[in-house]
Design a binder for this molecule. Sequence first.
Ligand code: HEM
Length: 148
Amino acid sequence: MLRNTDKSAIGFVVAALVFFFIGGTLTTVVPPLVDKTWAKPFENHDPSKGPTGKLKPYTEVELKGRAIYVRDMFGTKRTGPDLSRVGGKYDRQWHMTHFRNPRDLTPGSIMPPYPWIANNPEEFDSLVAYLQTLGRAKDWRPDNDYEK
Ligand code: HEM
């Protein structure tokens, strides 16, 4: 025989499952139905700029820059911010100032200066070309892109 307390315990479990189901549906099934861009995560939302979302291989210069980037990051622990979408955030001049001395832009920055990159036009151009590709497969910063 179920007592009243047992019955309300069952009620709580059933209610918890119902709420869990509603929460799960609202956060997983409903959003892609409301926002159709979820189905095309790599497509540019401004069609006038063409389908920039397609993944394309690095150019030779970008590959060189990537090699420099890999070469000059000390160790395997990331100390600075995530750079995976830094492409388009700053222009060439900003990167030049930043590599010469990060503290000129961010007082107290712990990022070391990289004068040997800033003073080597070929290395600097390649590295910036690579940095500018980062996160550009999707046009996620349309109103704040220095290249616009
Ligand atoms: C090739 C090596 C490196 C490159 C290309 C690079 C590039 C950058 C860029 C582009 C930013 C701006 C990020 C943003 O505003 O979203 C930045 C910021 C920063 N980086 Fe680096 N970085 C390098 C090495 C390092 C190292 C070795 C450290 C730390 C030991 C470091 C620490 C930081 C910090 C703390 C910031 C935040 C802003 C500041 O304090 O200047 N970075 N870095």
